[in-house]
Write a protein that binds this ligand. Structure first.
Ligand code: GAL
Length: 705
């Protein structure tokens, strides 16, 4: 077994951070489930911007919102210039009127802090608050999120504005909950401003205490990067460096950038919590895809919500019309990741129809907006909010759909789908049974996907091949689990592994002896662990082990990893398993099994033909499987997972790619992102509540056993 000694210092560091986290984290101690009575199922709402419309429209618009059937609306995330038109002069009269209009129409309000859109006077007076991007360009007023989370001046203004808002709406029951900022992410840009440089240095100092430790962990003897004091440290920025920066410094910068959002949100959270009612919740809305933010690190919230736009030209989906629907794993993965963070989540923004900012902006498939909402329901969301109620006539989001079209009164095609789905959700409410038990066959298939932003950041930075993509690698396993009808939680190491009969940890590059030991215990107690290529190569700071390649996992997987291979996309690597051939050319770990380890698949071409590609071993009451190659179509990954379940004696479903069936609060929900209709094997005794047993493309079926 691997010696624990070399890890002591790292463990000590981790413990130190854990206690720091426990001290500073006031939010997640609360259980987020308490905010949402289960019998409400999933309220639906829509964004409205009173400040963007003539005053005389407000009453008509909000009334219309109620007629459509929306349960709540969403105000204020971009309204700072209207809330504080002049420094220190706050004006809530207009917002009060909008809140009261919602209330009069039976609509609850999600109130937002408008930190992403500071008023022009602020930046004019304090240009030092602005973000500097990687090219050294200072961002300017004129859009949104141009201010640095690291700037003490900006933070000070944010704190004053949030305090004024919190005091003004303290105890106001018309407010359902609060959203902090909006998609805090700088939309994929990193901040290199002087303020960020200062805070990064402090973060590094706080983490490593001595400059010698920084030099050691970042490997600064390499190319004489060596620092003699903290003030020499700059954020590693490839654009201002001749060659590669230290990968260890880059990883720390990614962590810092994410922690900076957490800290910025924590500032706002703590102010609001002082004034608002205990039953009012605080969240923010995050894009799971955006690298600067790790949703699982957002601990200063009651829970995190996500935003989803599936049809914007980037996601091909399945079949010739898939670009109008998006991938089946898109909403599914967000559900399973965000719900697992704090037990509860909601969709804060869902695409209403055509958008304006995509690679190209096709019209979504008729019916698919309704299907997405049902998919969100299936995944346990506590609410869905549509982005946005009215199509804007001016500004940076012209051509963007709303529930109402440009005349401000006629529902768009997506608006009509919302009207339909809201009625459908109301129609199933009488069938809700609080004591409904999750069906055993479904529950038994429960799987965890162990996910880590650290691995993603590290592998994004050092992909080793232009074809490597951490997210796609994860999705091959995740998608296969969904096709097997398994409920999945996407979890981090902070969670208990024991309740999951199957756990997949894809490309888990960074680890320590403690994690290997936890995996071993998990398996010995009956868990079925699936590890994949790239796992175990480095320590938590991305240092390669001073051991054999990936040696820390050898005893666990029952094999050695003598080497790995990467090939051009014009050459096909082949793997054979049970007379079936699979193709790869992105990544392949070649394996040397130890005695007692079974070989499930072998490489069948290249100079290592005949050597092991997939292995499996029994350990205690469970099994460990290691998958060496990363295939393009995920077929090997799926067949391996099926074998793992078979070995474990857990029956699984066999759904076509694109069909997802999930159970929630007593309801079965099926959605279809595939180009073909699917006959859902619903028992004759079941009651079909929505749709029919023939599940068409972009359609929904809901039934009760
Ligand atoms: C989201 C953003 C919204 C709006 C929307 C348009 O990413 O949070 O504020 O811009 O996109 O599709």
């Amino acid at each position: 077994m691997l010696s624990v000694k070399p890890f002591r210092n790292i463990t000590r560091l981790c413990l130190c951070f854990l206690s720091l986290w426990l001290i500073t984290n006031t939010a997640s101690a609360q259980s987020a489930d308490k905010f949402f009575p289960k019998s409400d199922l999933m309220p639906i709402g829509s964004y409205y911007y009173p400040e963007q419309w003539p005053h005389q429209y407000w009453a008509r618009d909000i009334k219309k919102m109620a007629e459509v059937g929306f349960d709540f609306t969403h105000y204020g995330e971009f309204a700072w210039a209207f809330i504080e038109p002049e420094e220190g002069h706050f004006d809530f009269t207009w917002l009060d009127e909008a809140v009261e209009l919602a209330h009069q129409n039976g609509i609850k309000v999600i109130m937002c802090t408008s930190s992403p859109t500071p008023p022009a006077w602020l930046e004019q007076k304090h240009p030092e608050v602005l973000v500097v991007n990687e090219d050294g360009m200072t961002m300017q007023h004129g859009s949104r999120q141009q201010c640095s989370w690291s700037s003490p001046v900006y933070r000070d203004y944010v704190a004053k504005m949030v305090t004024a808002l919190a005091k003004h709406y303290a105890g106001d029951k018309r407010i359902w909950g609060y959203q902090l900022d909006n998609e805090p992410s700088h939309y994929g840009q990193y901040d290199y401003s002087p303020a960020a440089q200062v805070r990064f240095r402090e973060w590094v100092k706080n983490k490593y205490k001595s400059i010698d430790t920084v030099n050691k962990v970042w490997g600064t003897a390499f190319w004489s990067i060596r620092y003699s004091s903290f003030d020499q440290i700059r954020i590693p920025n490839g654009k201002e460096l001749i060659a590669q920066p230290s990968p260890h410094a880059v990883l720390d910068f990614r962590r810092f950038s994410s922690d900076e959002v957490t800290d910025f949100l924590g500032l706002q959270y703590n102010i609001l919590r002082k004034y608002i009612l205990p039953e009012q919740w605080i969240t923010t809305n995050l894009m799971p895809e955006h690298a600067p933010v790790d949703p699982t690190r957002m601990t200063n919230l009651d829970f995190a919500t996500y935003t989803k736009y599936l049809v914007a030209g980037y996601d091909k989906g399945l079949g010739p019309q898939g670009f109008r629907m998006g991938s089946p794993t898109s909403i599914a993965f967000a559900n399973d990741l965000f719900r697992s963070i704090n037990g509860t989540t909601g969709v804060m923004e869902l695409q209403p129809g055509q958008v304006n900012w995509g690679k190209f902006n096709p019209i979504p498939m008729p019916g698919v907006v309704r299907m997405w909402i049902w998919h969100a329901f299936a995944g346990g969301n506590k609410f869905v909010c549509n982005y946005r109620f009215k199509e804007p006539l001016v500004g940076g989001e012209q051509y963007h759909y709303g529930i109402l079209g440009p005349d401000g009164v006629t529902p768009t095609t997506s608006g009509l789908e919302y009207i339909k789905v809201i009625k459908e959700l109301k129609s199933i409410k009488p069938y809700y049974q609080p004591d409904a038990q999750v069906p055993a066959a479904y529950h038994n298939r429960q799987a965890a996907v162990l996910w880590s932003a650290d691995n993603r950041w590290e592998e994004d930075n050092q992909p080793q091949t232009y074809q490597w993509d951490y997210e796609s690698h994860v999705m091959r396993y995740y998608g296969a689990l969904k096709e097997m009808g398994a409920p999945v939680d996407v979890i981090t190491e902070a969670k208990d592994f024991a309740k999951y009969p199957v756990m997949v940890a894809p490309a888990y590059e960074l680890l320590d002896a403690k994690l290997v030991e936890r995996w071993k215990t998990y398996v010995e107690n009956g868990g079925h662990l699936v590890l994949t290529c790239r796992t175990g190569q480095k320590d938590r700071n991305a240092k390669l082990w001073e051991m054999k390649w990936a040696e820390p996992i050898y005893n666990l997987i029952g094999a050695k990893v003598p080497f790995y291979d990467l090939m051009p996309d014009t050459v096909q690597g082949t793997v054979k398993m049970l007379n079936k051939t699979y193709k790869w050319n992105t990544w392949a770990d070649v394996l040397d099994p130890m005695p007692g380890t079974e070989v499930w698949a072998k490489y069948s071409n290249q100079f290592y033909a005949g050597r092991a590609a997939v292995i499996n071993r029994k350990l205690g009451k469970g099994t460990v499987t290691f998958v060496g190659p990363d295939t393009h179509d995920g077929s090997l990954e799926k067949d391996v997972l099926k074998m793992v379940y078979r070995e474990a004696g857990i029956p699984v479903a066999d759904l076509p790619k694109g069909v997802i069936i999930e159970w929630r609060d007593g309801f079965w929900v099926g959605v279809n992102y595939s180009p073909k209709a699917y006959q859902v094997p619903i028992p004759a005794t079941a009651k079909v509540l929505i749709g029919s047993r023939t599940l068409n493309t972009a359609d929904v079926v809901v039934w009760k056993d």
